[in-house]
Design a protein around this ligand. Structure first.
Ligand SMILES: Nc1nc2c(ncn2[C@@H]2O[C@H](COP(=O)(O)OP(=O)(O)OP(=O)(O)O)[C@@H](O)[C@H]2O)c(=O)[nH]1
Ligand SMILES: [Mg+2]
Length: 698
């Protein structure tokens, strides 16, 4: 909704009213129980009749076969439920580092995030990353400390970690009753009641708090009230006068504080047993703002209808499904909207609500609601569609840049086109998956955020598009350059009956300093007295350029050279462009050998985030990869290492990092600059090229 937030309606109304909607992303580190929690919420709300399990592949949100095979979420999943007469839209997001495109996209279309923590691990790498994103987007946040039934799980330790590493405005709103395998329920500190462990059944109604917990509950209730009244002057005055505050007043103040990002309530439970879901659902309704309250900042001019596409599902059979949030509406089926990016008209057929893999037709969706349509023509993730052409600045989703590439080839010859089509469709679905052809090496490169992401793309290619492909480490795009001046002259002459060939030129090569970090090429025509006609001089340039495409050292392109054409000769009959091109090319090759040519390699800026205990191993490993340490930063049990590393040494880094850190490490990298390859390394590459050339000749 544009415009200012209005007071929320509390009377019962159909769920489609904007004030009755809650849009929530469930996010956090890999494997902390997000999907299990979403499953439990759907079950508790009566949306499903049984509690599915991730391990058996029976959850609503991990519905894709590859998710079930790997027992992990690979893409965002949209679900919805009703609770206390509210419609709660939930996006279950993947926690694995390579699959976060959907996590970040989801954060553009929700008001609130449930940040799930493991009661054993507390705050982890991805918890921090998700938190940071939510912070940037000013999203309301609720924490859920899960897995409290596990050995070594400790709610209070996780709470403290959240207060230390996320925000000191995290405050417990629930407490566990018992711990580890003796956990028997949770206490709701707001409504002052308890819920017993339902052991996978539906949670029963509120129960009295066990007496043994009275003291602890009093202590944490006071902490909660202190934190809430702190955000509300009125309430503070009443509290200080000793007034007993009623739950409704506290809840109202809490909601305001959560809406304004001033407080982060910490709930808890056991997702796989459906414990803690009643209190969490109540909190989502009572504590998290509706789209009406939070508002969006997207400027839509005078558009009366608008949707924002935050996810695209590519399906070879049904075509594309575009999931969207209604920005202005309502939106009903059989509507024609326009995409200002392409200026194309897009016809919306049926408007759908989504429940995992299932969709259901609906008449209309109001502002703030989430839904989907099938078979839009040219719409991609990130587009805004409007009822008439207005200038809109679509919300920018800041997707992470791919960090690793594989060369990809089809197993069967002739499948190139099929492979490219399939991969293009998959990268529509996941914008962090890129397919491009490397100009220099000629390879098709598939790039992504992690090795597993690329492997999953290969799996999907096989099952959905029936193409089998192979992955190889890509070739490193080396370059060559020169270090000193050199000159050479070449005469190309052929006289074999009829018309001959004659071209003669002298070149001076000089190192050309990089401009804005880029190595270039310059051709300077210094011919005096017309010893070569104007018409032939560009042919020399052309010949030089051709020779530079494959340098003499390793067949890599030559850059960073200024070539001066200083002298030459022509023949009144036999000279031709062709002859001068060959002469130019040969003269360049001669001079190049004398100009102290060297091999250059791309250097990457690497940032690795790892648990503190892995720092020694990771640094040692970087050292053996010719890495140069630039800096280290430790905070909250995690260390971030900055280093410069040659690309050639880091093509298969992901496996190495996984094994050094037990999968707890993450990295990103960017191209920095080209640098000379150290002599002993260069020698090997040059010899290898020589061998390959000789083999090719045989
Ligand atoms: N003991 C215990 N196990 C749980 C709990 N919640 C989830 N699990 C198990 O933990 C594993 C991971 O659960 P998921 O729900 O897939 O976790 P996730 O956060 O969705 O994982 P990703 O989407 O891959 O990041 C599964 O084996 C679950 O059965 C819990 O509260 N207690
Ligand atoms: Mg999951």
């Amino acid at each position: 909704m544009r415009g200012k937030p209005t007071e929320e309606d509390t009377s019962p109304m159909p769920v489609t009213e904007t004030t009755k909607i809650r849009n929530i992303a469930v996010a956090g580190h890999r494997g902390v129980g997000k999907t299990s929690l979403v499953e439990a919420l759907l079950f508790q709300a009566g949306q499903t009749n049984r509690l599915g399990s991730v391990d058996q592949g029976t959850t609503v949100s991990d519905w894709e076969e590859h998710e079930q095979k790997r027992a992990m979420s690979l893409s965002g999943s949209l679900c919805h439920l009703e609770w206390q007469d509210r419609k709660i839209n939930i996006v279950d997001t993947p926690g694995a580092a390579g699959f976060q495109a959907d996590t970040f996209a989801a954060m553009r279309i929700v008001e609130g995030v449930v940040v799930v923590l493991s009661g054993v691990m507390g705050v982890e790498v991805n918890t921090l990353r998700v938190w940071q994103r939510a912070e940037e987007r000013e999203l309301s946040r609720v924490l859920f400390v899960n897995m409290l039934d596990r050995e070594r799980a400790d709610f209070y330790r996780a709470l403290e970690a959240a207060r230390q590493q996320l925000s000191d405005r995290c405050v417990a709103i629930q407490l566990p009753i018992g711990s580890e395998h003796e956990l028997t329920g949770v206490v709701d500190l707001l409504h002052l009641c308890a819920y017993h462990d339902p052991a996978g059944e539906r949670e029963g109604g509120p129960q009295p708090i066990p007496e043994s917990m009275a003291e602890l509950v009093a202590e944490y209730r006071e902490k909660l009230l202190d934190a809430v009244v702190e955000t509300d002057e009125d309430l503070m005055a009443r509290y200080l006068e000793g007034e007993e505050l009623d739950t409704e007043a506290v809840a109202a103040a809490l909601k305001q504080a959560v809406t304004r990002d001033e407080l982060y309530p910490v709930a808890c439970g056991v997702a796989s047993k459906n414990l803690g879901t009643t209190a969490l659902l109540d909190l989502l309704v009572e504590g998290v703002p509706s789209p009406e309250r939070k508002g969006t900042t997207i400027e839509l001019g005078d558009a009366k209808q608008a949707v924002f596409v935050f996810k695209t599902i590519a399906d070879p059979f049904t075509g594309r499904i575009s999931c969207f949030r209604v920005l202005a509406g309502p939106i009903s089926g059989d509507t024609t909207l326009v995409d200002p990016r392409t200026h194309a008209k897009e016809r919306l057929g049926q408007v759908l609500v989504v429940q995992g893999k299932d969709t259901e037709q609906t008449d209309e969706l109001t502002v703030g609601d989430l839904g989907a349509v099938a078979k839009l023509k040219d719409v991609v993730t990130g587009d805004v569609l409007v009822d008439h052409e207005v200038t809109v600045e679509p919300p920018h989703i800041d997707f992470p840049e791919p960090v690793m590439s594989f060369a990809v080839t089809p197993q069967a010859k002739g499948d190139e086109e099929k492979m490219a089509t399939g991969l293009r469709r998959l990268s529509e679905e996941d914008p962090t998956l890129l397919l491009r052809r490397d100009q220099q090496t000629g390879e098709q490169l598939l790039s992504g955020l992690s090795q597993m992401q690329v492997e999953v793309a290969v799996d999907r290619l096989k099952t959905r598009f029936h193409v089998e492909v192979e992955l190889h480490p890509p070739r490193v795009p080396y370059k060559e350059t020169i270090r000193k001046e050199a000159r050479a002259r070449h005469r190309y002459k052929k006289q074999t009956g009829g018309r001959g060939q004659f071209g003669d030129c002298e070149l001076l090569l000089e190192p050309l300093p990089p401009e804005n970090g880029e190595l270039g090429y310059e051709f300077v025509d210094q011919i005096v007295g017309g010893v070569i006609s104007h018409s032939f001089r560009p042919a020399v340039d052309k010949g030089v350029r051709e020779a530079m495409e494959h340098g003499e050292l390793a067949g890599a392109p030559v850059q960073g050279v200024r070539v001066r054409l200083i002298d030459g000769m022509e023949h009144s009959v036999d000279s031709s462009e062709m002859a001068f091109k060959i002469a130019g090319s040969m003269a360049f090759k001669d001079a190049y050998q004398k100009a102290d040519p060297v091999l250059l390699e791309p250097i990457m800026q690497l940032e690795v985030t790892i648990p503190d205990d892995a720092v020694g191993a990771v640094n040692g490993d970087l050292n053996s990869r010719r890495g140069r340490l630039q800096g280290m930063d430790a905070a909250g049990g995690l260390t971030t290492i900055q280093a410069e590393v040659p690309m050639a040494e880091i093509l298969t880094y992901s496996q190495a990092l996984t094994s050094m850190t037990g999968g707890r490490g993450e990295y990103s990298m960017d191209f920095l600059r080209y640098e000379e390859v150290p002599a002993h390394v260069a020698q090997k590459i040059i010899e290898q090229t020589k061998r390959e050339r000789e083999e090719a000749k045989v």
